[in-house]
Design a protein around this ligand. Sequence first.
Ligand SMILES: [Zn+2]
Length: 428
Amino acid sequence: MRPIQLIVLAALTVAPLTAQQQHPTAWDPAYLNRPDVRAALDHLERGFPKQVDEWIRIAQMPGKSGHEQQRAAYLRAEMEKAGLRVSSDSIGNVTGVRTGTGGGPTIVFAAHMDIVHSLATNTTVRRAGDTLHAPGIFDNSSSVANMLASIRALNAAKIVTKGDLVFVGTVQEELGLRGMAYWLAHNPKPDLLIAMDGGLGAVSYGALGIYWTRYRFKSAGSHTLRSRGQPTPVLAMADAVQRIYKLQPAPLPNGAVINVGQVHGGEIFNGIPQDLFFTVDLRSPDPVLLDSLDRMITRIAQEAATREKVLLVVEAEQKNGAGGTERMLAPARAHPLVQTAIDIQKQLNVDFGMPGAAEALATGSTDANIGVVMGIPSIAIGRSQGGDQHTLTEWAHWPSALQGTKLTLLLATTFGDGVKPVAPRFVP
Ligand SMILES: [Zn+2]
């Protein structure tokens, strides 16, 4: 959803390996010798050029949030060809179930299909050496292609799991995780949730809470010649914005950030405006801090409106809950899903040219957030390397998508029969 991995890479510190290894893991390197797992990985490698071609095709389909229909139809058709039990819901999510033999966990893999760019944006993919260039090429068409390749490799290697593997192409992730929220509200609670969304190397197990609120100030209005001494929403808004910026909570990652992103209103030169608004994008991983800041901002806006004798209307655009600070999320970090994903990444030798690139992050801004807040063991894993997300110069390093796909496949096979932590051992 948001280019968190760029911040993360800059802030990485190399934790001592011993400290990392205290976390329970289900990864056992000997697992790679299992013939069916080996066959699935070989299938991924052989099919990778075709996977990249498919990725490009998906990226060139329309994908603006709310307009994912062509991508959804494609995903649905390919899932049907792969023999999954496929369904679509009324918001537009596509779900394909690879049924297990029974008695295992239900694992959801979610890749959002939408992009932030308008339908008019040229999404023709340009390929230059190891990189692909196009708006939306990284976020998140890469994951949709990774998902399809993983399903086909599981089938080709005839891998059988006890648990159901549920593959979901979600919609409207970029509008506040709406598709995933809808899915989780209308389906039985899964045992594990893995969002495929983000730069390769980071494993997010937290949820950055995000509240978007519109503060609207209304007045009776008046001609400029009769405006002197009359209530004006301009002063209320100006006063409120000034005071909101003075709040200055502790910074992220454990504090909060507040941004006024939009200021609108006043169509007429020679009059008091009747309707103005500004928007607040408030984010924090700490649910208590998030709610207290939200209340404080609303109180500030109300005080400003009262003082200026104008009306305040508060419109909540989206409220995505916070998963908690690193300390609050200690139980989530202790679930083997997190360390297993990290250990697999290390095993796959993700090469960023820097040490410690596979890191667990107590934050996140993906479909996994909804699971984190619901208490479902949830992570977000990377798809490929890339950058400039949500811009017209977005790019992706295509060879690394093979690692992202192998990670997906190995998580499916490792947890498909149940969560079995093994004694932590050294992983190169
Ligand atoms: Zn995304």
